[in-house]
Design a protein around this ligand. Structure first.
Ligand code: GAL
Length: 416
């Protein structure tokens, strides 16, 4: 090969690799694929673009992120990790323990993250005293989303007890409506389960069963009652629930086909994306029995270790954008969640957002703020998945309530 030819080839290779990994570009793995979620991703992509950082999209559909985490594992095993990854709670800790995450301490110190990120979130954003993730929001998961026109038509006022909640759903069913919009996917079953655990047992029981994994709590009569309530909820779900995506369930409430959905406040993102307003066409209230408590999860961006200085610079630009107060407002207005910083006024948020922010602060102060099991903030993924299996098997009628509680004890023991 002539020298000239060799030079040309080298130039071609360089040109190719700079297109594949453009200067200042982040490849972002996330599971934000519904209408509201995609709109929220758009705010992040646009913010980065205005700072000259490109966005290589790596969406993996599937609420709750289990499928995204499977894809992530495959990418890392293949030696090709994405630069930035949406991640929840204990998963962040697992990846940090593997030494896979970039250290964000210098940026965090420069921007004073420690002063503005609540302790409940820092517990997951930091590992071994170092910042390994930037939190973009706080979602709370013990919400009911309701169609207000349907409530008015049925003469239903906001239920405040489990009995009133059941009575409201009976009224909807009697009038020929679907009482509870739900998608039969393990993470959705687990989301409503979290609220039943809190509603039946209260904060101490939630702590004992979901966080401390105390076998006595897991197998208790209280837990049997939790499963009884799950069966009651199952009775209010329509026949086509199996496998339905959460946003399609939300659409049933939006369209007036269903009265209620129990779901985290990403559901609000769907209402807002459909042009609806909280307190007008839809409303939100805490799952009856869980008032005064908040189960939460926080979407965070973890940066995977990369060696290319351009890629590292892009990671820092992204982390910095994510943590900016202006961005946290713009993003969370669309996403349905609330900011991951404590120094942001709530006046731009709607009724549900303002309630969410106030109740989050109150619960944190009162000691009634708990990580959601369903969303990876109560226990490690191995335990979480073991719980998912039992909850879904029971929801689908494989176990009665007493058997389910006993199975939960065994499954959790094996998973640890
Ligand atoms: C959660 C995530 C939210 C939301 C939801 C449904 O785990 O934290 O941001 O998108 O899944 O996809």
């Amino acid at each position: 090969m002539t020298m000239m030819k060799k030079l040309h080839m080298t130039a071609a290779v360089v040109a190719l690799s700079t297109t594949a990994v453009a200067a200042q570009e982040v490849e972002v793995l996330h599971w934000w694929t519904s209408g509201g979620e995609a709109a929220a991703v758009g705010t992040l992509r646009d913010t980065l673009a205005s700072g000259g950082v490109g966005w290589l999209d790596m969406p993996v559909a599937g609420g709750g992120g289990s499928d995204a985490m499977t894809v992530l594992r495959a990418r890392v095993t293949a030696g090709d990790p994405p630069t930035a990854v949406q991640m929840l709670g204990f998963s962040i800790q697992d990846w940090a323990a593997e030494g896979a995450l970039a250290n964000l301490d210098a940026l965090a110190a420069e921007q004073g993250w420690a002063d503005v990120v609540p302790a409940a979130l820092q517990r997951f954003s930091t590992y071994d005293g170092s910042w390994v993730a930037a939190p973009v929001n706080v979602h709370s998961t013990n919400w009911v989303w309701a169609n207000t026109a349907l409530m008015a038509e049925l003469g239903i006022s906001q239920p405040t007890t489990w009995e009133e909640f059941v009575a409201a759903m009976e009224a909807a069913e009697a009038a020929g409506h679907i009482a509870l919009a739900h998608g039969g996917q393990a993470w959705q079953d687990a989301t409503i389960f979290d609220s039943m655990v809190m509603g039946v047992g209260g904060p101490e029981f939630y702590q004992a069963a979901m966080v401390d994994l105390d076998p006595e709590a897991l197998g208790s009569d209280t837990m049997v009652e939790v499963f009884n309530r799950m069966a009651t909820l199952r009775g209010f779900v329509d026949d086509n629930f199996s496998g339905r995506d959460w946003n399609l369930a939300t659409a049933m409430v939006i369209n007036g086909d269903a009265l209620f959905q129990i779901m985290g406040d990403w559901a609000k993102g769907e209402f807002v994306n459909a042009g609806l307003t909280a307190g007008n066409e839809f409303t939100c209230f805490r799952v009856p029995g869980t008032e005064g408590t908040v189960t939460f999860n926080s979407d965070q961006f973890a940066m995977f270790n990369v060696t290319d200085p351009e890629a590292q610079a892009a990671q820092l630009a992204m982390a910095s954008a994510v943590m900016s107060p202006e961005f946290q407002v713009a993003f969370n207005l669309v996403k349905g969640s609330v900011p991951a910083r404590t120094d942001i006024p709530s006046d731009q948020f709607d009724m549900c957002g303002q309630m969410g922010m106030a109740q989050l602060a109150e619960a944190a102060a009162a000691g009634t703020l708990f990580g959601s099991m369903a969303h990876g903030h109560a226990n490690p993924p191995s335990v979480q998945n073991a719980m998912y299996d039992v909850i879904t098997a029971h929801f689908n009628g494989e176990y009665d309530a007493a058997t389910a509680a006993a199975e939960l004890v065994t499954a959790v023991e094996i998973a640890q």
